[in-house]
Ligand binder design. Structure first.
Ligand code: SF4
Length: 237
């Protein structure tokens, strides 16, 4: 894959910003082939992403960050999606087990220092995984939060050193639900119990939008996409 120059990137940003998610995904697959990976936590955007891709390719490489602290409903959903879409999800685990982390950092790191916990269980394993790829697909959308309001559909990701796609940047939650219902796709049943956004069970409460994520602290992002002030950059971790 030839790396895009700044001018080429600007051109693609303008072009793809007006394209449909299907067109963006197709272009990404054509450009990056085996060096493209979908990273998903199986929110509704991730499920629609995988279903759309399976309409035109068998080459779907998928990674999820298995912190060891996901809801049982999320683990079941991952199994269900693998069967329904005939894909294999790579479950990337942290270097430390939960008991090793507890010995080193205390048994409630997600309460005492959640940024550190996310760094150990999400950001660092992700950085190691993304080193094998040239581009990644995420489920970020502009309607999710003020920090995400201006995300581009395609951009160079300086934090991890590869191209980053947000094919659903311009979609809304309602549009995704319409798609999921239209194709009768599996989804996390916690959504039916009031959880709009779902992460580790230790840090997720039932709430609208992303209000239920780290509701016990001032934290609003895990650090994968936007580095919290307290976090050491994954590049130096
Ligand atoms: S979401 Fe909570 S438990 Fe999960 S990695 Fe982050 S701080 Fe730790």
């Amino acid at each position: 894959m030839h790396q895009l120059t700044q001018d080429e990137l600007g051109l693609q940003q303008r072009r793809l910003d007006m394209a449909s998610p299907q067109e963006i995904l197709q272009w990404a697959v054509e450009q990056y082939e085996q060096k493209l990976v979908v990273v998903t936590s199986f929110q509704i955007t991730g499920i629609v992403t995988l279903h759309m891709m399976r309409q035109f390719t068998h080459n779907v490489q998928v990674v999820t960050l298995d912190t060891g602290l996901l809801f049982p409903e999320t683990y079941k959903l991952i199994d269900d999606i693998e069967k329904r879409l005939d894909i294999t999800v790579q479950r990337v685990k942290p270097e430390q087990s939960l008991s090793q982390q507890a010995r080193e950092h205390g048994s409630l790191l997600w309460e005492t220092t959640p940024d550190k916990c996310c760094q150990l269980r999400k950001t660092m394993p992700l950085k190691k995984t993304l080193a094998n790829y040239d581009a990644w697909i995420t489920g970020l959308r502009r309607d999710q939060s003020p920090t995400r309001a201006n995300i581009p559909v395609i951009d160079w990701d300086d934090r991890y050193g590869l191209m980053k796609f947000c094919p659903f940047a311009t979609w809304t939650e309602d549009m995704l639900w319409t798609y999921i219902k239209a194709y009768d796709l599996p989804y996390n049943i916690l959504h039916d119990r009031g959880y709009a956004s779902i992460g580790c069970y230790t840090c997720t409460r039932a709430a609208a939008g992303r209000a239920g994520r780290w509701a016990h602290s001032s934290k609003t992002e895990c650090g994968i996409h936007f580095a919290p002030a307290s976090e050491v950059s994954p590049a130096s971790a």
